[in-house]
Ligand binder design. Sequence first.
Ligand SMILES: Cc1cc2nc3c(=O)[nH]c(=O)nc-3n(C[C@H](O)[C@H](O)[C@H](O)COP(=O)(O)OP(=O)(O)OC[C@H]3O[C@@H](n4cnc5c(N)ncnc54)[C@H](O)[C@@H]3O)c2cc1C
Ligand SMILES: *[C@@H]1O[C@H](CO)[C@@H](O)[C@H](O)[C@H]1NC(C)=O
Ligand SMILES: *[C@@H]1O[C@H](CO)[C@@H](O)[C@H](O)[C@H]1NC(C)=O
Ligand SMILES: *[C@@H]1O[C@H](CO)[C@@H](O)[C@H](O)[C@H]1NC(C)=O
Ligand SMILES: *[C@@H]1O[C@H](CO)[C@@H](O)[C@H](O)[C@H]1NC(C)=O
Ligand SMILES: *[C@@H]1O[C@H](CO)[C@@H](O)[C@H](O)[C@H]1NC(C)=O
Ligand SMILES: *[C@@H]1O[C@H](CO)[C@@H](O)[C@H](O)[C@H]1NC(C)=O
Ligand SMILES: *[C@@H]1O[C@H](CO)[C@@H](O)[C@H](O)[C@H]1NC(C)=O
Length: 593
Amino acid sequence: MATKRLAMLAFFLQLLALSSSHPNPKVCKAQPGTKAWPSEAKWESFDKSLSGQLIKTVPPGAVCHPSQPSYDAIACPAVQEGWKLAKWHTENPVSVILDSAVNDTCLPDPKYPCSAEGYPIYVVNATTAEHVKKGVNFARQNNVRLVIKGTGHDYMGRSAAPNSLSIWTHNIKGLEFFEINKFTPKHCKVPIDKHVITVGAGTQMLEIDEQASLRNLTVVGGGSGSVGIGGYLTGGGHSAISLTFGLAADQVVEMEVVTASGKIVTANACQNEDLFWAMRGGGGSTFGVIISATIKAYPSFKFATVSVMFGAPVSSSDAYYDALTTIFEESPDLGDLGISAYYFGAANVSAADYGIPVPGMINGFIGGFMLPLIDASNTSDSLLTAVNATLAKAIKGAEDQFLTSVTETTFDDFWSWYKDNNGPLNAGFDAILGSRLLDRKSLTGNRATLKEALIVAPGNGTLLGHLVSGKAVHNAKIPGGSNAVNPAWRSAYVHTVVSSSWDPLDAAGREKQLNLNTNVYTEALRKIAPDTGAYINEADLYEPNPQKAFWGANYPRLWFIKKMRDPLDVFWCSPCVGNEGWEVIDDALCRKW
Ligand SMILES: Cc1cc2nc3c(=O)[nH]c(=O)nc-3n(C[C@H](O)[C@H](O)[C@H](O)COP(=O)(O)OP(=O)(O)OC[C@H]3O[C@@H](n4cnc5c(N)ncnc54)[C@H](O)[C@@H]3O)c2cc1C
Ligand SMILES: *[C@@H]1O[C@H](CO)[C@@H](O)[C@H](O)[C@H]1NC(C)=O
Ligand SMILES: *[C@@H]1O[C@H](CO)[C@@H](O)[C@H](O)[C@H]1NC(C)=O
Ligand SMILES: *[C@@H]1O[C@H](CO)[C@@H](O)[C@H](O)[C@H]1NC(C)=O
Ligand SMILES: *[C@@H]1O[C@H](CO)[C@@H](O)[C@H](O)[C@H]1NC(C)=O
Ligand SMILES: *[C@@H]1O[C@H](CO)[C@@H](O)[C@H](O)[C@H]1NC(C)=O
Ligand SMILES: *[C@@H]1O[C@H](CO)[C@@H](O)[C@H](O)[C@H]1NC(C)=O
Ligand SMILES: *[C@@H]1O[C@H](CO)[C@@H](O)[C@H](O)[C@H]1NC(C)=O
């Protein structure tokens, strides 16, 4: 305790020294066109030091704009096509899936304006830890804003920024498999008693899952094959099998990391424990850059799914909301049976749009329920019985108003299900999400308020419920004892997600939707679960009190680690730990104090 206090004191003295060495309170990161920005010659020699891996950014949509130097009428249609899919953006050095994350600055459509404003100025196309290290050092030494892009899937817009240098980790590939007891984290004594896989930072979920399945192994992986490990592991990472094995962050036994000071270090339960703890849940691009991560893998298992649809005419909306409420209410009990689910409800939508064979507008529910068949007492029939009972309870007394459909399927392993049920995913729009983690109390404590929230939260859109937390998340056996995942996950069952979107460059529409998203849709969910929190990777960018919502009681320790590990704020993003001292003014990142 005494040493902790001393460290704290030393730290504050350091801060004091730091702030007194900056007499000008409005210190900003270097801006292009100013003396502070590195000269052409400097960028050139940086490129040489990287053996030519530095890319000068061209906005990817510019091929569709006759006014732009990179205009290419022949290349444009393929970019327009690709733009709509998440995968395309992962293969471009700067492109990201949300247009709103780059402020619509150069959409691949000549009817909109095009500038490079929303994008980084340069990109390190990193293929090695050395490249990343040089990138971090260059940014730190030249006071240039730094961002990290893996896939660009981030809904929070953390993987792109104006007037920055970006490190693109996509080409740091690699998959190495270790048998049980064959991997001992560096400087630890005890080997890991599971299969583990060391994956490079650029590895995407689909690649890991496929290679694992070829070896009869399964990993805790995310809902989209093109998601990368960088943002997923640092955010927490939920999965269709996290009820059985824990969150993705709980599977990490070691990370290789480039720190803000430019060191390549190994973080695990036996060394750099602070980084190891913080980088499993504390959020992306905040504490360091992951070069590789070593994660647990499990023997493959059969996997049963039941898909459920029900719909009712809009005139039966009360019966529909009652049914929807029951599904949410029953979710903790389903979760305790080991059943996970992804479901969504949509109000007043065209039945045809959802593949439901009735004319006109309906209120509809679609859900996929799943159960890993590991324990002998779990069968596809036990899943079906449990889901059937829930559905029957949901529509009880109003059966004649609903059209229902229930389909059961069994798969040889997780991969067999995953490969056909996770893509291709949409991209290329302006949107914002809202999240709330719901525990048993918020789901079963008050039916009337739950129902009210389920009516308000979807707005004119859909409400997603991810039943992806339960026993193994609540009682996770975490390497090193604990990690920085939002404590709210440890009692949650359902992660609810709302969303709002608007037309590109429609400033008024954007304002209106941001306001509805924060103050109406997400607020309805906060009201039923005021004491929980939200999932950092799929949440409201404007979440009030983000420190509490995303990290809860872990925040003070995370903040301290951030200040110790990155006192100069080489890494800065929003919403991210320890970002309070800065603000963005006209695309410049400046100190507030
Ligand atoms: C279609 C889709 C489906 C999804 N499904 C799920 C799901 O099932 N479960 C779930 O938990 N989440 C899911 N997500 C959310 C996902 O976890 C986040 O979008 C996550 O941020 C993606 O990480 P990334 O590295 O692929 O993305 P990026 O946008 O590249 O990065 C995200 C954040 O991590 C940082 N980062 C990236 N690489 C590194 C690195 N090597 N070191 C340090 N920081 C890094 C970035 O700077 C940024 O802050 C989904 C997202 C999408 C778009
Ligand atoms: C986004 O672009 C608009 C112009 O279309 C501009 O007014 C606004 O300041 C930009 N916002 C950011 C955050 O850069
Ligand atoms: C990134 O680097 C790799 C390896 O050198 C190279 O194959 C690839 O073409 C580069 N990507 C871009 C967009 O320059
Ligand atoms: C995977 O499991 C199948 C079926 O149990 C078996 O036939 C095959 O040999 C196993 N493959 C490996 C690489 O272990
Ligand atoms: C699955 O098995 C577990 C452990 O035996 C049991 O508690 C649970 O009820 C089973 N789930 C279902 C849906 O039967
Ligand atoms: C359903 O949407 C239509 C427009 O698509 C609208 O006219 C109607 O009022 C809506 N009904 C309800 C009950 O919200
Ligand atoms: C579940 O419901 C479906 C469709 O309503 C029915 O065909 C099936 O027999 C039910 N199965 C069980 C195990 O209850
Ligand atoms: C639904 O959409 C209509 C028309 O765009 C809008 O006026 C209304 O505010 C929206 N309602 C909600 C609850 O979002």
